[in-house]
Design a protein around this ligand. Sequence first.
Ligand SMILES: Nc1ncnc2c1ncn2[C@@H]1O[C@H](COP(=O)(O)OP(=O)(O)O)[C@@H](O)[C@H]1O
Ligand SMILES: [Mg+2]
Length: 257
Amino acid sequence: MSNIQVTRLTKVFDTATGPLKVVDDVSFNVDQGEFVCLLGPSGSGKSVTLNCIAGLLDMTGGDIKVDGVSVKERKPNYGYVFQQPRLLPWRTVEENLQFALRAESGRAAPDEAGRIRRVLELVNLAGYEKFYLHQISGGMQHRVGIARAYVRNPDLLLMDEPFGALDEMTARHLRSELSATWLRDKRTVVFVTHDIVEACYLADRIVIYTPKPTRIASVIEIDLPRPRVYGSSELHEIESRVLSVFERSMSEFAVAE
Ligand SMILES: Nc1ncnc2c1ncn2[C@@H]1O[C@H](COP(=O)(O)OP(=O)(O)O)[C@@H](O)[C@H]1O
Ligand SMILES: [Mg+2]
């Protein structure tokens, strides 16, 4: 499993109306096997940060090290989960996972069938190998998206609002499954969301972003045992704390504008 050090990350885009500073001097660490949520309003540079961690997007300033090596030198071994699962709809569950496994070498991976079976068990989809994507529900498709991120055995999982487009009941179910899956083998996770309740339910630690140009408003530890319970007084108390930091940072931004 990987650890991450984000040091003084700055990202400026050149746009038609001039430079746009999105991330402004952000530093945080993620420990090995830790579940960290990046929480911030829409447009605050959460996806940008995740793409910088993956080494997919160049930084304007600062550095990100994964296991002590700059992502500029070597891309980390990560699995990515998007808001839309981005699967191949005309292929089966199994074929989608094979496609991910073969993406690099172009050949069948060693013990391919075994890896696919184990990862489908992990996300509670055993027995669905031969189903086409259009034959399974949206929630199940999301589980295939998570299985795809796991199947190459990454040290690091990067998740970008994976449940953001789902109805709340399905999202709750998938969050509890993700939490249980994570507990079983403790990958390092960076999970992006704008949903306070989601962040409090999932995270060991929440890094709260201000609106852009983004800085860190606060970092909040969540030392609650799992499985966590929606609506419990402990969770409520943390949600209120996060909400007040969030609201303060939003109103400070409004004044600064
Ligand atoms: N390639 C790009 N060129 C210019 N601006 C970009 C680019 N990618 C993202 N941005 C801008 O950066 C800001 C943050 O984007 P993003 O990280 O996607 O926000 P979010 O926190 O919602 O994930 C937005 O204002 C967006 O318009
Ligand atoms: Mg985003």
